[in-house]
Design a protein around this ligand. Structure first.
Ligand SMILES: [Mn+2]
Length: 316
């Protein structure tokens, strides 16, 4: 493992190879940061552009070993690399959207498993745009979030954090009937959000579908099967606030969400079925004195990779 810093005093995520210094190094999994917070912010709840940096700093504490998952050691199976961050243009959502799309497109052209660390949820739309341009594939999406994030715009910004799924609904290459909004809950959603999701043919699994499910793993397989129907690739997008705020002090404030164990179970089961790539967004380090949410990003990513390893084993 590389001890290189990706920039300043910030290490590569999970001690991975520094691909900025060694761009020709071949790896199985690439991490990249998208240090972006859109121009429209609620009150002073701000600072998610620091997410990639703080997640990298926190990740230095962790190995790739998960004793609770049959003692899997991720780095025995997969090589990991860090591509650094997308260049963002402050207060320029449209320019930044194109920067993210072009960066993601180049990543999608490689034969790697990409994981983007946000940043606000606006980054998901250009990442999937890049996927469609690079691979020309039909995409299904599993979207783990408290919120639909399908507003027509975020206070006028069509690429804002509240709007990526409205843009994705309009995107040729995304099959709307293969979008699953999973874990949705709470009154920060508005009636038009649920209505629009239904109109476009997307599926909603609310927190109560999770809470009253007799078998969370079966429910998760059901979600995956919807996302995989008539699509070539399934993408996973995770907003930190799908977690209850008790488990996510660095995320937007939403109670009645998933427990950490439930979220990890869902991620592992989804990734065991086989996904193309993922993102983890909406961590606000300024709100989080002990960086709990940024620390948990490492666990989230390792569970996804453990699932990917199991998927690869089933394919061989
Ligand atoms: Mn959310």
């Amino acid at each position: 493992m590389s001890k290189d810093m990706i920039y300043g005093n910030t290490p590569c995520f999970l001690g991975s190879e520094n691909l900025v210094n060694s761009p020709n190094k071949e790896v199985d999994v690439v991490f990249y940061g998208v240090p972006w917070e859109g121009a429209v912010t609620w009150g002073d709840y701000t600072g998610c552009e620091l997410g990639p940096k703080v997640m990298r700093l926190c990740s230095a504490r962790y190995s790739g070993y998960l004793p609770e998952l049959d003692h899997i050691n991720i780095t025995d199976h997969l090589t990991l690399g860090d591509l650094g961050d997308v260049s963002v243009v402050p207060a320029e959502p449209e320019k930044t959207k194109d920067e993210i799309k072009n960066f993601a497109k180049n990543v999608w052209k490689t034969n790697t498993f990409p994981i983007a660390l946000g940043g606000d949820h606006g980054i998901t739309y250009p990442i999937i745009e890049g996927l469609i341009e690079a691979k020309n594939k039909r995409v299904g999406i599993i979207h783990l979030d408290a919120h639909y994030d399908n507003n027509k715009s975020s206070e006028g910004d069509p690429y804002g954090r509240g709007a990526p799924f409205a843009r994705l609904y309009e995107t040729e290459g995304v099959r709307n009937e293969s979008i699953v909004h999973f874990g949705i809950h709470g009154p920060r959603n508005k009636p038009e959000n649920g209505k629009l999701a239904k109109e476009v043919g997307a599926t909603t699994f609310t927190i109560n579908d999770v809470r009253y499910s007799s078998d969370l793993r079966e429910l998760t397989k059901k979600a995956y099967n919807i996302a995989a129907t008539n699509t070539d690739i399934v993408y996973l997008s995770i907003c930190s606030d799908v977690l209850d705020h008790a488990f996510n002090p660095g995320g937007p404030v939403d109670g009645n969400g998933l427990t950490a164990h439930e979220l990890l179970t869902i991620i592992y089961e989804i990734c065991k079925q086989g996904i193309g790539g993922m993102d983890f967004v909406e961590v606000y380090p300024h709100q989080d004195n002990n960086d709990f949410s940024s620390h948990f990003a490492s666990t989230i990513v390792l569970y996804a990779l453990a699932g990917e390893i199991r998927h690869q084993e089933q394919m061989n």
